[in-house]
Write a protein that binds this ligand. Structure first.
Ligand code: ADP
Ligand code: MG
Length: 242
C-alpha cells in the first residue's frame, strides 16, 4: 500500500491547464524531490495533494484510501499531509511554543499542558527549544522556518510537503533548515520536497521528479537525473541551475 497515489491528475485555472495528467506514487519513507522551472506546476501539484486547491480531474489516494471531497474528508487530508511553505506563515501574535501548540490544541483538542510538552520536544528536535517563549519576529528566517517545521510535525502528519522551504532565506541560513529536513528524512518520514537545492536532492532524495509544463517529463534516482539527464528540457534546466 503506497502512502500517496496520484492517478491522471489534471488541474485547470479557468482555461489554463496547469497539471496535465500527473501519475505519481510515493511509498512510505520515500523522499521525493520535485524540480522544474518556475511555472511548471510544482506548487500547484503540492497544493492539490493537500487540497489547498481542488483538482479538476483524477484521483488522489492517501495511505491506501481515496480522498473524499467532503469537509470531513478534506480536514482529514490536511491532518495527514503537512505542508511547509517558502514563507513561514507563523502567527506573529503567538510565541514560538504557542505556534507549535496551536494545531494540537484547536484541531486535536489536546490539553494545553500536554501540547506545551509536545511543542518543547519538537522545538528541541529542530534545535530551537531555547526560543520557545519568544515571538517569531525575534527569530532569524532560518529559525522561523524550523519553527514552521516543528509546527507541522505537531500534527503528526503521515506525509510532509515542502514548497521551496529555503528559497526565502539568506544563503547562510539555508544549511540549518536543510539539516533538519535531512534528519526527518533519515527518521523515515515520507516527504515531497520542491527545491532548487540540488545538493540536498542528490544527497537525500530517493527519487527526483522533473516537472515540465504540467507533466512529469523525467523521473529517476538522483544519480540518473543529475548525471545522465535524458530530456532536453531537463538538461537545459540543470545547465542553468548547477
Ligand atoms: P511553480 O510552483 O512550478 O512555479 P505553479 O504551480 O505556482 O508553478 O504555477 C503553475 C502555473 O499555474 C503558472 O502558470 C501560474 O501562473 C498558474 N497559477 C498558479 N496558481 C494560480 C491561480 N490561483 N490562478 C490562476 N493561475 C494560477
Ligand atoms: Mg512554486
Amino acid at each position: 500500500m503506497s502512502m500517496i497515489e496520484i492517478k491522471n491528475l489534471h488541474k485547470y485555472f479557468g482555461d489554463l491547464e496547469v497539471l496535465k495528467g500527473i501519475n505519481l506514487t510515493v511509498e512510505e519513507s520515500d523522499v521525493v524531490c520535485l524540480i522544474g522551472a518556475s511555472g511548471s506546476g510544482k506548487s500547484t501539484l503540492l497544493r492539490c495533494i493537500n487540497y489547498l486547491e481542488k483538482k479538476t480531474e483524477g484521483e488522489i489516494w492517501i495511505d491506501g484510501k481515496p480522498v473524499e471531497e467532503t469537509e470531513d474528508g478534506i480536514n482529514k487530508v490536511r491532518q495527514d499531509v503537512g505542508m511547509v511553505f517558502q514563507r513561514f506563515n507563523l502567527f506573529p501574535h503567538m510565541t514560538v511554543a504557542e505556534n507549535v501548540m496551536e494545531g494540537p490544541v484547536t484541531v486535536k483538542k489536546m490539553g494545553k499542558e500536554e501540547a506545551r510538552k509536545l511543542a518543547v520536544e519538537l522545538l528541541e528536535k529542530v534545535g530551537i527549544a531555547d526560543k520557545a517563549d519568544v515571538y517569531p519576529e525575534m527569530l532569524s528566517g532560518g529559525q522561523q522556518q524550523r519553527v514552521a517545521i516543528a509546527r507541522s510535525l505537531a500534527m503528526e502528519p503521515k506525509v510532509i510537503l515542502f514548497d521551496e522551504p529555503t528559497s526565502a532565506l539568506d544563503p547562510e541560513l539555508v544549511g540549518e533548515v536543510l539539516k533538519v529536513m535531512k534528519d526527518l528524512a533519515q527518521e523515515g518520514r515520507t516527504m515531497i520536497v520542491v527545491t532548487h537545492e540540488m545538493g540536498f536532492a542528490k544527497e537525500v532524495a530517493d527519487r527526483v521528479i522533473f516537472l515540465h509544463d504540467g507533466m512529469i517529463a523525467e523521473e529517476g534516482a538522483p544519480k540518473e537525473i543529475f548525471e545522465n539527464p535524458k530530456h532536453e528540457r531537463l538538461q537545459a534546466f540543470l545547465g542553468e541551475i548547477l
